[in-house]
Design a protein around this ligand. Structure first.
Ligand SMILES: NC(=O)C1=CN([C@@H]2O[C@H](COP(=O)(O)OP(=O)(O)OC[C@H]3O[C@@H](n4cnc5c(N)ncnc54)[C@H](OP(=O)(O)O)[C@@H]3O)[C@@H](O)[C@H]2O)C=CC1
Ligand SMILES: CC(C)(CO)C(=O)C(=O)O
Length: 315
């Protein structure tokens, strides 16, 4: 299968690298420094203490790639519209477009750019950290990726793409209720993303502060109430489950992606995570004061850093 990762940074390089290793023809569309390093030396996957190089194609412009079978969108949420505006050369008659980004609202942006019939939805618990151009730390063991059609159907393309992930050692689960899956992952990000950003703590220290846990559980409880008001069926039973799941299998030095963004002076995906909870809550009159406060704190930090506050926010 010919696959293009659109926005190959930390996670996109991890997933693209593993798919390439398993034999897919993978193209990374990435920023220049990363694309050049990958083209020169291969993509270095750092897994625990071991490193290995994977050969795959990398460039900065989708026009160099041409039509593919699968586009995996992994730019940060606020870059989705701009990235998709360049993606037309990737789209053939049967091209499937899949977002594995965190948060809510991507499918609406992708449907506008590529047409709803091409879309598969998904969420992943796989982790990646871009260590330097051309080199990424992968966190794959035991981490699942859940994929589904938006209408819940069981289709050959869904099975084909799940099998592709499985063959690459990426545990893939097919869901017939992808909206529930999207919200279950949202709860995990609601639990620790903003609080990591505000406190600047890695997971070991974050989980040692009881007040942080109380706040995280309250934020998740609000999000669960919002999901219930929208009729979304969650697998998560208790708010604390999302808090525990967020840290599963991660080392004490792990830093949530929202914290990683702030540390490199980049904007966060707060509008798509806690901000989405606030917006969806407002639609059904569900109060979300804890999430509102977390949004305010992160936006305040971003404003203080001078990151660009202009984002395109969907749902
Ligand atoms: N990293 C992780 O472990 C996980 C991440 N996710 C989600 O995955 C998504 C991606 O996250 P992550 O990989 O960490 O983010 P990164 O910022 O590491 O990767 C995105 C990359 O895409 C680049 N980019 C942006 N626009 C374009 C474009 N038009 N063409 C080419 N490259 C572009 C960015 O460059 P620049 O920075 O210069 O804009 C960046 O290098 C997010 O939604 C995140 O929440 C989900 C689970 C885990
Ligand atoms: C790793 C995980 C699941 C929880 O922190 C995540 O999605 C993130 O950091 O954005």
């Amino acid at each position: 299968m010919k696959v293009c990762v659109l926005g190959a940074g930390a996670l996109g390089s991890t997933i693209g690298g593993l798919l390439a290793e398993a034999g897919s023809e993978v193209w990374l569309v990435a920023r220049a420094a990363h694309a050049e390093a990958v083209s020169r030396q291969g993509l270095i996957l750092v897994d625990g203490q071991r490193e290995r190089a994977v050969r795959l194609r990398a460039c900065t412009d989708p026009a160099q790639v041409g039509p593919v079978d699968l586009v995996i969108v992994l730019v940060k949420s606020y870059d989705t519209g701009a990235a998709m505006a360049t993606a037309r050369p990737l789209l053939g008659p049967d091209t499937v477009v899949l977002s594995l980004q965190n948060g809510l609202g991507h499918e609406e942006i992708l449907a506008k750019a590529a047409g709803r019939s091409r879309l598969l939805a998904g969420k992943t618990y796989v982790g990646g950290v871009l260590l330097e151009p051309g080199r990424v730390r992968v966190g794959v063991t035991g981490k699942e990726t859940v994929l589904g059609e938006l209408d819940g159907a069981d289709t050959p393309r869904l099975r084909r793409i799940a099998a592709l992930f499985e063959a690459a050692g990426l545990r893939a689960v097919v869901s017939h209720d992808i909206l529930g899956v999207i919200w279950d992952k949202l709860l995990v990000n609601v639990a620790t993303g903003a609080l990591s950003g505000v406190t600047r703590l890695p997971y070991g220290a974050l989980y040692a502060v009881p007040e942080v846990e109380v706040c995280a559980v309250a934020a998740v409880a609000e999000a669960m109430a919002v999901a219930a008001a929208h009729g979304i069926a969650l697998a998560t039973r208790e708010p604390r489950d999302a808090w525990m799941k967020a840290a599963e299998g991660l080392p004490p030095e792990f830093r949530a992606s929202m914290l990683q963004s702030l540390e490199r002076g980049a904007p966060t995906e707060i509008d798509y995570i806690n901000g989405a909870v606030v917006r969806w809550g407002a639609q059904r009159g569900v109060p979300t004061p804890v999430n509102q406060a977390l949004v305010a704190c992160i936006k305040g930090i971003e404003a203080g850093m001078g990151t660009n506050p202009i984002r395109s926010v969907a749902a």
